[in-house]
Ligand binder design. Structure first.
Ligand SMILES: [Zn+2]
Length: 76
């Protein structure tokens, strides 16, 4: 009676935590741009892509409030 659950394969999307290298399950209800945190170490990621799964660490947020610290010069 060995039955393979096909759905498990379809639904099992995982991102990989860059900090603790743990797997982060991406549930079906998560979408692009959603925030998801690693269950192991709590690092927060944004979902950049689901297929394939690509996670981006949310450290970019720090820059949002402080434009002056990141000036872009066009060097012509
Ligand atoms: Zn982690």
């Amino acid at each position: 009676m060995a039955k393979i659950n096909k759905q498990q394969k379809d639904r099992g999307r995982f991102g990989k935590c860059q900090i603790c290298l743990g797997y982060i399950p991406i549930e079906y209800y998560f979408g692009i741009g959603d925030e998801i945190s690693c269950y192991e170490c709590g690092t927060v990621y944004f979902i950049e892509s689901k297929d394939p799964v690509q996670l981006k660490m949310s450290e970019d947020r720090y820059i949002e409030d402080d434009d002056s610290s990141e000036m872009i010069f066009e060097d012509n």
